[in-house]
Design a protein around this ligand. Structure first.
Ligand SMILES: [Zn+2]
Length: 338
């Protein structure tokens, strides 16, 4: 089960600047390893570094007090453009286990993670999903859509991979990991049932989800929504004026009146779309902020995976004419969140 980051072997690119930067990071990893020493001893809490908040959340739930987990990317951080900082590198080389997402989500960290995997246990947890369950995308050739957390059923299998990675590194704690993973999976299953029941109440012709970037394809597949992102699957490429004007046409033609912004993507494209539609006499409102690629503020319910998806489902359903309680499946939305 344990495997290096699962990224393809180096392609032999000869970009000098890229190689130079790679060497620099390599040297820094070496120095950090010398200065800060080896991973902690076996009797300490297992030190885990996760790239995204969603992975870190699962590792905390499963690990309980046996693990100490650090997430590199906090609330509002875009994983497609995130680059490791020096303090991240120190944490990564000191960790007993590094959990990355994979599927090219951490595009700017890919090369660094590949190098790190030659001296560290790095598990790309979403790479464990079978390829048949993954979606592709026209503008993302030879790659899969990485946003698998949007479907609780798929995320459950990633949670199992996180459990397995923890167990592999700390087999003595395997029983506790298994027990807590089971309890957490039951919560995710409950979330999935809520999402299914709530989304079913949205009228058929309102099931169009238009957001800042294409993060909701798995959500759309699971709950029968048509999803449209202004930017593509990654936020790496900018949306052109042409794309905005095509989407304005679509809003007018289809009489779509609600679109969504995302907490980890700047709002300007969505605003441009709303203004473009208004100039054509189509009244479109921004119906809420969704958590696409990052969870909400730490310490809030929305700052957990369960709260993140509950918020998204509840916001989408209520905005598009369906029925869901304002405080979500557990009455906890907005407790201390945005
Ligand atoms: Zn994304």
């Amino acid at each position: 089960m344990m495997q290096p980051a699962g990224f393809p072997a180096p392609t032999g690119r000869t970009n000098a600047a890229r190689d130079g930067r790679g060497r620099l990071f390599g040297a820094f990893v070496m120095i950090a390893a010398l200065v800060f020493g080896a991973p902690s001893q076996a009797d300490d809490a297992l030190s885990v570094v996760a790239t995204t908040g969603m992975i870190a959340d699962a590792a905390r739930e499963i690990g309980g007090e046996s693990v100490s987990v650090r997430a590199l990317m906090g609330a509002g951080v875009d994983p497609h453009s995130y680059r490791q900082t020096r303090s991240d590198i120190v944490a990564l080389v000191q960790a007993d286990l590094v959990l990355s997402h994979g599927l090219y989500l951490e595009a700017q960290m890919e090369e660094f993670l590949r190098r790190l995997s030659t001296r560290q246990t790095v598990v790309a947890v979403a790479e464990t999903l079978s390829r048949e369950r993954l979606l592709g995308h026209a503008d993302y050739e030879n790659k899969f859509d990485p946003h698998v957390w949007m479907d609780p059923a798929m995320w459950s299998d990633v949670v199992l991979a996180i459990r397995d990675a923890l167990t592999e590194v700390r087999p003595a704690e395997g029983e506790g990991f298994a027990r807590r993973a089971q309890a957490y999976l039951a919560e995710i299953e409950k979330l999935g049932r809520y999402a299914e029941a709530a989304t079913e109440t949205v009228p058929e012709d309102s099931r169009v989800l238009l957001t800042a970037h294409d993060a909701f394809a798995y959500f759309g597949r699971a709950y029968a929504f048509e999803v449209i992102g202004i930017q593509g699957i990654s936020t790496e490429s900018e949306a052109g004026l042409r794309r905005i004007s095509d989407l304005v046409d679509l809003l007018v033609e289809r009489d779509i009146s609600a679109v969504f912004v995302e907490s980890s993507v700047p709002e300007r494209n969505v605003r441009a779309l709303v203004e473009g539609a208004a100039s054509r006499g189509q009244d479109v409102r921004v119906a809420g902020t969704l958590y696409s690629d990052a969870m909400g503020a730490p310490g809030t319910y929305e700052g957990t995976y369960l709260g993140m998806i509950d918020h998204n489902v509840t916001t989408i359903v209520r905005a598009l004419g369906g029925q869901a309680p304002a405080q979500g499946m557990a009455g906890r939305l907005g407790e201390g969140g945005p």
